[in-house]
Design a protein around this ligand. Sequence first.
Ligand code: ATP
Ligand code: MG
Length: 582
Amino acid sequence: MRWSEYFIPTLREDPADAEVVSHKLLLRAGVVRQLAAGIYSLLPLGQRVALKVMQILREEMNGIGGQEFYLPALHPADVWKESGRWYAIGDDMFRLKDRKGAEMVLGMTHEEVFTTIARNEIRSYKQLPQVWYQIQVKFRDEARPKSGVMRVRHFIMKDAYSLDIDQVGLDRSFINQREAYKRIFSRCGLNFVVVEASSGAMGGSESQEFMVKSDAGEDMIATCTNCGYAANLEKATSCLPEIRDGVALGFPTEFPTPGVRTIADLEKFLEGVPGEQQIKTLVYVSTKDGKSRYLLVLLRGDHQLHETKLNDALAGLEVRPAHAEEIYDLLGANAGSLGAVGAKKKARESGKELAIVANLALRGRHNMTTGANVDDYHIRGVDLQRDISVDKWADLRAVNSGEGCPGCGQGTLELSKAVEIGHIFKLGTKYSESMGARVLTQDGKEVPIVMGCYGIGVERLIASAIELHHDDDGIIWPKTIAPFDVIVTVTNVKQEDLREAGEKLYRELQRAGLEVLLDDRDERAGVKFKDADLIGIPYRITIGKKISDGVVELFDRASRVSEDVKVKEVVERVQKLALAGL
Ligand code: ATP
Ligand code: MG
């Protein structure tokens, strides 16, 4: 390609509304443009990068026996009703009607459509296993599209689905995918961590995410400094030092705590109660069929709730924090003086339903202090077992940096922000059961197909590569996904000999199988160098004055090292460099 004819609208200045680096550089380097909130066009450079990524995705999916499909993005609502997701998913789903008034969906993912194909066509264990995939656009009406193409409403996904006769088969398919994912991300130049993740409300048993540590990320992950333990914060656990509660008091005693509203207040009040000796009481509500059900969530005073863990513990029951009036109505006190002792009785008296879920770290504790459900009063001497009827014990808390690793018991946990670039998920029989995709086993028994699903977002992967690989001057594309292998910069196109040398080299590099961008624009050399740095092509060959001695400059974008190379040798040099691994 000749830059003079190619569309690369670079920008000198950082766009005002771009916050994360990848967003700024994607715009400045002329890779993408925004059409509307969370909707982006890939410009020619962007499309070249996306095609490179998709090629890697295809090779690795085909390598594990994947068969490529291309499914519709527009679906009848019926299949989503059958799976139940039409009802379970809220505003994230784009819904529309066709001219006859039939309800339609713009696909967020394709479990329903693949399952429809499977149930119509697959009858016997002999036709399994299958690995199906596609590279296709997904629509999600995200509440907060942000960070450029990291979280958008319209994006390309490689989504794969495995179909097996049993759990053993699924386990095998899952491992195949996981290994393929590792190869994909390594080939794309990404440093990543595989973490345990929550399976979420949609069922399934095991789920792992591929994470790139980056401040641009919206997730938090915990990794061990010693072993390979890594988990999303929504799933991470830790080893906590044991706490000795001392001699138990015979019964809970109320005491006045004027002005005490928070855990910290009580720590400082009179002789003080340390946070680890307090019970934190949070009130949540679920509303179904117009009826509210209340939930007290108990944690150690110095522990923080992780809401995803709460959702997981409630098996998908949707809850929200109670409003101040609801809390007062339920317990007769304001937040700051709440507690679970006697709370169920209180709720019953006012005709309300109340359940109690407590974090595991409270199990077996006594001599605890909590609110008395009377403003400005607390209770001490609380024994969890004796004084509170807990309905469910669950892991509810967010771990902190520096806590003990649950994997090896020796290392400590480190928390980092991270971007989720891929997600692999054991669906089990969720879709095959609800949509009736059944097959006959060898013994003639009818069983639901056991499924897994596996997704990678192309734009997010590209943005993550930039987050990891850039400098003050611009993008530094990993060679494997760079839009071009090499750029040939002619310092002054008005000079005949330079221009001719550029054209010649351009042809030779192309003949050697390289993808070449020839900067033949009538611009100052400084401008061209800046632009080349910005768009991040791995190698630049500069044709300047030394051409009269048969010498050009070879510049490595990543290391910024340049050297003089004989023009006769430069094609072979670049060919070797470009083809060498990352
Ligand atoms: P997130 O938690 O970030 O919303 P998700 O769990 O909804 O992601 P999946 O449904 O597992 O994501 O989708 C698979 C992959 O698709 C993700 O790992 C990510 O790479 C990509 N992806 C998901 N949502 C978006 C989005 N809104 N914009 C860009 N890429 C996305
Ligand atoms: Mg999502």
